[in-house]
Design a protein around this ligand. Structure first.
Ligand code: GRF
Length: 257
């Protein structure tokens, strides 16, 4: 076995993907070990999983940060190294954002929360950051401070649909309501858009006539628990090469031998 990579994870909820990754680390199925688990949600059940396995954890209370902006937008403390115009120009999450009103509130509150995440994370050494059911969009403020080498991105996400179909918050729900006969999940590197980064791996499953939404979610999660560790192992072995797309097109990921 080669050197182990160190993984940081961000979660928002139950953390079953986190559990699959922890188990894969502990069984030696992947050459990795957990460095930390962070969350935006003080009540995230997945924190108990981290605790049980002795993994350091932290909370950045996004709802409290957003409330404090609402209470006093002018007095809201922004990170010192935050350049609003730069983030507004780079971000790809808000349509028709002119930098006022809603866009300003979104970008400023997220950057403040992301600065807090970065502060918490700075005490750990880690090679890869995995988003495992982390339900917050990350802005370029955060992404650029992790992906310091653009050729070697190191933030992965798992999405509950076969991208580029059904980006957004309810991948399995959208797949089911569309009447798809196949569902699936996708692991990708994140970029400045929503679920738009280069695809690393996908797994699919048939949606049988008698499945309800709950069944689609169950079958999908079972595939997620296999897919995430597989993709992490490619990363650990240095096998993921990002190929830039033509101008305006997606980058892709080649899995090297
Ligand atoms: C998963 O379906 C994942 O694809 C999505 O959020 C869900 C998280 O589930 N991003 P869990 O917290 O890992 O159980």
């Amino acid at each position: 076995m080669g050197k182990k990579i160190r993984i940081g994870a961000l979660i928002s909820g139950g953390g079953t993907n986190l559990q699959a990754i922890i188990d894969a680390c502990e069984s030696g199925a992947i050459d990795a070990e957990m460095a930390f688990v962070g969350t935006d949600n003080p009540d995230a059940k997945g924190l108990n999983r981290a605790k049980k396995h002795g993994i350091p954890q932290f909370v950045v209370d996004y709802p409290a940060i957003i409330r404090s902006y609402r209470d006093d937008p002018d007095g809201f403390p922004l990170p010192q190294d935050f350049d609003f115009a730069e983030i507004l120009a780079k971000q790809n999450l808000l349509e028709d954002a002119d930098g006022s009103g809603k866009a300003a509130a979104f970008i400023k509150t997220r950057a403040a929360a992301e600065a807090a995440l970065l502060r918490e994370m700075s005490v750990f050494s880690y090679d890869l950051l995995v988003l495992a059911g982390f339900m917050r969009n990350l802005t370029p403020y955060f992404i650029d401070r992790i992906n310091t080498d653009p050729a070697n991105p190191r933030i992965m996400n798992i999405h509950p649909a076969l991208l580029p179909s059904f980006p957004g918050v309810d991948g399995y729900g959208d797949t089911f309501r569309y009447g798809c006969k196949v569902g699936g999940c996708t692991v990708h590197f994140i970029d400045y858009g929503e679920d738009s980064g280069p695809i690393i791996g996908q797994r699919a499953f048939p949606i049988l006539a008698d499945y309800d939404l709950g069944m689609v979610q169950k079958k999908g999660l079972e595939q997620e628990w296999l897919l995430y560790p597989e993709c992490i192992q490619y990363f650990a072995h240095g096998r993921l090469k990002v190929i830039p797309g033509e101008p305006g097109a997606r980058a892709t990921v080649k899995i090297t031998e």
